[in-house]
Design a protein around this ligand. Structure first.
Ligand code: AMP
Ligand code: GLY
Length: 426
């Protein structure tokens, strides 16, 4: 079977890498892909948001499965178009994908289904939002309703800052995404990303990880797509996972099925582990990046039967996935200046080989006259498997030392929280 992977980031490279290992797969094509993905199979210059172009490509390739990476393609209805064309697709429809593309939709779903989440209020005009702040105490959490490339959330410690954020959102800073604003209570705790698969009917936990969203060491600086990740998360026990599946993920999938928008694909639950248990921060209608990189390194089972079951049904007949016992760390190498003004164009030289247990997934890379260069903010994902987190981290750092990347930067403290908890067991 031929599989088409839609996207070009580290997440998609990791998925393509894992899919390519399946005995069920004869070819892994990607669109648009990246030079790393090109080493696994053919790449085609079709944008993830070119819905008609992707459908035409999948038809031409006679793809037996299309795996969609990015949220923008989900929101534009790529899955709907592929379903109409009779092509199996691993991604939710645009209607089910509203769990990510509309925060107010998700909050309403959570309220209906009794899913633990921060108390909230939805506003459609600035004056009522200002007045509505009275019902909340600082820090204020203010979110543009729609997709805003990870920049639509403001956490304001002062009321004036909260009012300024409301002014910007209603003033059109995020376009239509900010015409509706969610104000919610602040949740305190550690964040975990939990992934669950569904074929619209049954649900299965599919791994968890933690990521580092801030640009600089010590979890400081601007928010990014993610500067690194690790799995498993020591603070997320199997009991907590079961609680999150039962109280958050299952009720959401059931609610969506009842509303005639069954969810098929991966549901990414962003959780806050609060003192009163896991609470929902947000849902995403796709895999996480860079969480997927560590999940794919740890996944022992063939992923393809799971992806196909989400697309075509039959998930309930599959056993839970098997995971390697090892721990994995992923360190993102970014272009200097990321996220504000990444300096692209820096040349990259990779060594002929890394030590066993190291895999580098590419993201913002391109070939310039046969030379590998940086072409985006997040450029490489250096992932290492170890018997301990310390071993994994040290291996990742040794691999980074083998890479010559002009104007590349990375955080040296990925996994610090987990490493600290290993050093001082609770
Ligand atoms: P979101 O796009 O909704 O995931 O928000 C982005 C980030 O803002 C999350 O990953 C959290 O770190 C933080 N955040 C969002 N909502 C809350 C909340 N209610 N309480 C505390 N932090 C939050
Ligand atoms: N790592 C966060 C995300 O994929 O949204």
């Amino acid at each position: 079977m031929k599989v088409l992977v839609v996207g070009s980031g580290g997440r998609e490279h990791a998925l393509a890498w894992k899919i390519a290992q399946s005995p069920l797969v004869s070819e892994v094509a990607s669109a648009p892909g990246n030079p790393g993905m090109a080493s696994l199979g053919p790449v085609f210059a079709v944008s993830p948001t070119d819905v008609a172009g992707q459908v035409a490509l999948a038809r031409r390739l006679k793809a037996g499965l299309v795996v969609v990476g990015p949220d923008a393609a989900v929101a534009l209805g790529l899955a709907d178009a592929l379903i109409d064309a009779g092509i199996p697709v691993f991604a939710p429809t645009a209607a089910a994908g509203r769990v990510e593309s509309s925060k107010s939709f998700t909050k309403a779903l959570a309220a209906r289904q009794g899913i633990p989440t921060a108390p909230f209020e939805v506003f459609t005009d600035e004056a009522s939002a200002h007045a509505g702040l009275n019902a909340f105490t600082p820090p204020y959490v203010i979110k543009a309703d729609g997709l805003a490339a990870g920049k639509g959330v403001v956490i304001a410690t002062e009321r004036a800052e909260a009012e300024m954020a409301l002014g910007e959102m209603f003033g059109g800073r995020f376009g239509a995404a900010g015409a509706r604003v969610v104000v919610e209570g602040f949740l305190e705790g550690e964040e975990v990303s939990l992934f669950a698969l569904s074929d619209g009917d049954s649900v299965m936990a599919f791994g968890s990880a933690q990521d580092h969203k801030r640009a600089y060491e010590g979890d400081r600086g601007p928010n990014t797509g993610g500067m690194g990740s690790y799995a498993p998360a020591p603070s997320f026990s199997s009991d907590l996972e079961a609680e999150a599946m039962n109280r958050i993920v299952r009720p959401a999938i059931e609610g969506l099925a009842e509303e005639a928008t069954p969810y098929r694909g991966v549901l990414y639950a962003g959780l806050m582990l609060t003192r009163s248990g896991p609470q929902l921060v947000e849902f995403n209608a796709r895999f996480g990046d860079p969480e997927t990189q560590v999940l794919m390194m740890r996944l022992e089972s063939d992923i393809v039967p799971y992806l196909l079951a989400c697309a075509c049904g039959g998930l309930a007949e599959l056993p839970p996935p098997r995971w390697r016992p090892q721990l994995v760390i992923c360190v993102v190498l970014a272009a200097r200046g990321y996220p504000e003004e990444p300096r692209t164009g820096g040349s990259i030289t990779l060594p002929a080989a890394f030590e066993p247990g190291v895999t580098v997934f590419q993201a913002g890379t391109a070939l310039d006259d046969g030379r590998l260069i940086a072409s985006g903010g997040r450029v490489l994902n250096v992932c290492a498997l170890g018997d301990s987190l310390i071993e994994a981290r040290d291996k990742a750092h040794r691999a980074i030392d083998q890479i010559d990347f002009v104007d590349g930067v990375h955080r040296r403290d990925i996994g610090w929280r987990a490493l600290a908890s290993v050093a001082t067991p609770r």
